[in-house]
Design a binder for this molecule. Sequence first.
Ligand code: ZN
Length: 263
Amino acid sequence: MKAGLSDALDYQIKLRAANLLREAKHAIALTGAGISVESGVPAFRGKNALWDRYPIEEYATIQAFVRNPQKVWGFFKEFYEILNRAEPNTAHIALKSLEEAGILKSIVTQNIDNLHQRAGSRNVIEFHGSASTLECLECGSVVQFEERMLTAPVPTCDCGGLLKPQIVLFGEAIPLSALEAAQHESLLCDLMLVIGTSAQVAPASMLPLVAKQRGATIVEMNVEQTYLTGYVADLSVFGSVGLTLPEVAHLVSGDYIDTPTVQ
Ligand code: ZN
């Protein structure tokens, strides 16, 4: 009996999220590590063996890379191997279908895994850069990632300079074009889906606040409560986003029997 009631409530919350999406004129999504966990990509924060072995201060700061590129490449290699195995999951695909339906205008992602693009999303703003490309620290050339880079101690540019994945390491600034585009979208949107992130790391954490101040509705989709819940978020959909996001997208498409929403 209890399970039945909570299922019904869950459904009403998803239906409200879907209705908000349908009514929105400019819906955008802000995504974080939580959307890629089901693709096998570990999050920076929280419990995970990878980060136990590679402390952020020693491996994920620009200072660490410049100090000891060979050591940090050891970590990058393992991370690239994880990314090479990862496939977009049902949540990435649901966002792609919402974009195709003209509902979702853009995605601001804190992820560097390229999974939104691989799922078919077109308007993706990579707030923390991308692992798909590398930049020479000497001449500034940008090259695509290639498998052969995993066999070199440290991949180098034709000019001899060090190649660094174009991901924003701790201690580095957000790429200006991404920062501007994300701020622009946050000011423009009337609905922001905050998916798989507690949006606690600045400056990405500012984006839901910027949107909310401009009157946008904030719909949070996370596994469990975050600091956004009941504060920044107008509506919180809890559960694995690999399950909840396809359900909401399905409801948006109108392929369901409407029922009055519970206020
Ligand atoms: Zn170079």
